[in-house]
Design a protein around this ligand. Structure first.
Ligand code: NI
Length: 178
C-alpha cells in the first residue's frame, strides 16, 4: 500500500517511472501540458495531407500517426487519472501503442479531427488536474506492469512525453519541407 511508503520512496519511484524525465528537465510540467495543443497545431500548419501522412521510413510513424498516438495516450491517461481520482486504488491496464495506431489507420480520420480530439481531451485533463487537491494528486492506482502509480506521476510523465514527440514532429516537419 502506498500509504505506508515514505515521500522519498514515492519520489524516487516516480523518477524511475518517467522515461521522459530528461526531456522535461526543470520545466514546469503543467505549463508544458498547457502549451502543447497550440505548439502541435503550429507544427502541422502549412503542410499538405501528403506531407502529414508520409512515413519518413517504412517502420517510422508519419506526423499524422504521431498525432493519433498523442490522442491515444491522452485518452488512456485521462481515463487512468479519473480511475485513480474517483475509485479506490484501481488496476491500470497497459495498451499496445503500435496496435492502436495501426487500428486507427482504417478509420481514415482527417488530421484536423485527430488534432481536435487531442486538444479537447487535453483541455479536459487540465481542468481535471487543476481542480485536484494535493491529496487528490497523491491518489494511487496499481499499474499491471509498473506497480503503484500516483495521479501526480502522470503530470510529469505526460509532459515529458509531449516534449519527446514535439521534438520528433519538428524534425519530421523539416524533413517533409526539404
Ligand atoms: Ni509516445
Amino acid at each position: 500500500m502506498s500509504s505506508v511508503k515514505t515521500a522519498s520512496v514515492i519520489a524516487s519511484e516516480s523518477a524511475s517511472r518517467n522515461p521522459y524525465a530528461s526531456f522535461l528537465g526543470a520545466r514546469n510540467p503543467m505549463r508544458v501540458l498547457t502549451a502543447t495543443p497550440a505548439r502541435l497545431g503550429k507544427l502541422i500548419e502549412g503542410l499538405t495531407p501528403r506531407q502529414i501522412g508520409r512515413r519518413p521510413q517504412p517502420d517510422k510513424w508519419s506526423i499524422a500517426e504521431v498525432v493519433a498516438h498523442l490522442a491515444d495516450v491522452e485518452l488512456v491517461y485521462i481515463a487512468r487519472c479519473r480511475w485513480m481520482l474517483f475509485e479506490e486504488n484501481p488496476a491500470l491496464v497497459p495498451f499496445n501503442q503500435d496496435n492502436w495506431v495501426q487500428g486507427w489507420e482504417r478509420e481514415r480520420e482527417p488530421i484536423a479531427e485527430t488534432l481536435l480530439r487531442f486538444q479537447v481531451l487535453r483541455r479536459s485533463l487540465l481542468r481535471l488536474l487543476r481542480s485536484a487537491s494535493p491529496s487528490d494528486l497523491a491518489r494511487t492506482g496499481r499499474h499491471v506492469d509498473y506497480g503503484t502509480e500516483q495521479v501526480s506521476d502522470y503530470v510529469a510523465k505526460l509532459a515529458g512525453h509531449d516534449l519527446n514527440h514535439l521534438i520528433g514532429i519538428e524534425s519530421l516537419r523539416k524533413l517533409m519541407l526539404t
